[in-house]
Design a protein around this ligand. Structure first.
Ligand code: G1P
Length: 291
């Protein structure tokens, strides 16, 4: 079965970005000129995803409006003959009925957010994208590569990368054996272990392809790290009956849930833009010489 559906948990309050996120969804913060969420949605489409499932919460209206038509805006752009911009905003809107919104009405954790999408996913493999994790790659995106891995292995796959040893308490950490080029067979995993307890420094990054069997374990609603229902814990249980692989992607990852990470993402993605690059480089030189 092909991976056609992707879940985007977007119910978080974004407290780390207050006051910017007081009245605005954190996923709508722009990196250069695109909201963070749009990068993730574009990555999903590029990987062959056809159905987008947003697990939202209160205060996410702007996110819904972003992926919907805006007749006033389109009319204005048409009148002003701004055809490029018109095409750009029209392209943002997927075919009616292919975006589904459901709400996570209690902040019980990532595992719970994914579980909220169970009836929409049904009995199919699906992708999960955490938009906060932005990954800059050369060529094909991380999710597209993971879909290929899934098609071959017919087993769940999580994106992984090595992190600093003292950072393990921010991630799901693997105990895994390297099998082939960039692929690990996972033996065990633990959510946010203290560096002393971490089985490795191989961390899960926010891209997953999961079999629907995961819902059995998410449905148990076992509380884990931070008192939250963790996706990692459900995957750990799933491991007892199905293999799960870690895919060590090539690329640069930015944690946009973190203030410094968010600024770095802006800089890195701006550097890809010929219209901005030179001015930015010049400015960096300037402030570097002042520092
Ligand atoms: C979540 C997952 C964690 C993963 C991380 C990647 O944690 O629970 O396993 O390593 O995303 O960004 P969060 O960052 O939501 O605390």
């Amino acid at each position: 079965m092909k991976v056609k559906k992707a879940v985007f948990p977007v119910a978080g309050l974004g407290t780390r970005f207050l006051p910017a996120t007081k009245a605005m969804a954190k996923e709508m913060l722009p990196v250069v000129d695109k909201p963070i969420i749009q990068y993730a949605v574009e990555e999903a489409y590029e990987a062959g995803i056809e159905h987008i499932i947003f697990v939202t919460g209160r205060g996410k209206k702007a996110l819904e409006d972003h992926f919907d038509r805006s007749f006033e805006l389109e009319l204005t752009l048409k009148d002003k003959k701004k055809d490029d911009l018109l095409e750009m905003v029209q392209k943002l809107v997927p075919e009616t009925g292919t975006i589904i919104y459901t709400r996570q009405n209690q902040p019980l954790g990532l595992g719970h957010a994914i579980w909220c999408a169970r009836d929409i996913i049904g009995d199919e493999p699906f992708a999960v994208l955490l938009a906060d994790d932005m990954i800059q790659t050369q060529g094909e995106s991380v999710l597209a590569r993971m879909v290929n891995k899934f098609d071959r292995l017919r087993a769940s796959v999580a994106a992984v990368m090595e992190v600093e040893k003292d950072q393990t308490d921010k991630y799901g950490i693997l105990d895994a054996d390297h099998t082939e080029d960039r692929l690990y067979r996972i033996n065990d995993m633990i959510e946010k272990p203290h560096p002393d307890q971490a089985p490795s420094n191989l961390a899960i990054i926010g891209r997953y392809i999961l079999t629907p069997r995961i819902f059995e374990y998410l449905g148990r609603k076992t509380k884990g790290a931070g008192g939250e229902i963790q996706l990692t814990d459900a995957m750990k249980m799933l491991l007892k009956e199905q293999p799960i692989f870690g895919y060590q992607f090539r690329g640069r990852r930015f944690d946009c849930g973190d203030k410094a990470g968010f600024q770095m993402a802006n800089l890195a993605f701006a550097m890809e833009r010929p219209d901005i690059r030179e001015r930015l480089l010049k400015f960096i030189q300037e402030i570097k010489s002042e520092a």
